[in-house]
Design a protein around this ligand. Structure first.
Ligand SMILES: N[C@@H](CCC(=O)N[C@@H](CS)C(=O)NCC(=O)O)C(=O)O
Length: 209
């Protein structure tokens, strides 16, 4: 059985959704980030960066990095068809969008949620947050354009784990309704994705619905 080190509303959501889509048995190990449980030695032994999530597979492999875990799970559960198979024409495009989401959008949330890490002056925090929000909107607009044609998903009609990642990152926007109102194509994809029972269960488990 998989073990997913998890906290609600974090980057654990995408791997959790893939596990749900696959119907794979998994145990949640809930971490309290307020109490710094992700910085305890026993967790750092698994994930030296002290970040959530971590997945321990049934054969004892320790996987970190949400996007990497997502891909590994798609590969282990190929029957879910959440990722184009090797040789599939769309596979490269799938990676383009997954990597864009993790390296451009996920990363851009850091100064928004942790502004104190980006200046030694506490008074800078509101400006850092405001600028991070502007930058996030700019990065999201690229996704919005992609979904305009043909949509409704990043690979057109084919729903993939990249869309799961998109949904996870959209829930981080404060408030997410504002992002969805600004970006009707993202809203269309988000709403359709959220109709999938597995993703719906995952969003509910994360307090997002
Ligand atoms: N690149 C990592 C980032 C994970 C990450 O930043 N997780 C957040 C929760 S969404 C976290 O652990 N934050 C605690 C911290 O930064 O101290 C991944 O994708 O797994």
């Amino acid at each position: 059985m998989y073990k997913l080190y998890w906290a609600a509303g974090t980057a654990a959501l995408a791997p959790q959704a893939v596990l749900e889509e696959a119907g794979a048995p998994y145990e949640i190990v809930a971490l309290d980030l307020q109490r710094q449980e992700h910085r305890r030695p026993e967790y750092l032994a698994l994930n030296p960066a002290g970040l959530v999530p971590t997945l321990v597979t049934d054969d004892g492999q320790v996987l970190t990095e949400s996007a990497a875990i997502t891909v590994a799970l798609c590969e282990r559960h190929a029957e879910t068809r959440l990722m184009p198979e090797p040789g599939d024409h769309d596979r490269g495009i799938f990676f383009c969008w997954l990597f864009y989401l993790t390296s451009e959008i996920q990363k851009a949330y850091k100064p928004y949620y942790y502004p104190q890490r980006f200046s030694i002056w506490p008074a800078d925090a509101p400006n850092i947050k405001a600028q991070a929000r502007r930058h996030l909107i700019d990065r999201w607009r690229i996704v919005e354009s992609r979904l305009a044609d043909p949509g409704p998903f990043l690979l057109g009609p084919q729903f993939t784990a990249a869309d799961i990642y998109l949904v996870m990152l959209a829930t981080w926007f404060e408030p997410k309704e504002e992002l969805l109102a600004m970006c009707p194509n993202i809203k269309r994809g988000f709403d359709l994705a959220a109709e999938r029972p597995a993703l719906r269960r995952t969003l509910e488990a994360n307090g997002e619905l």
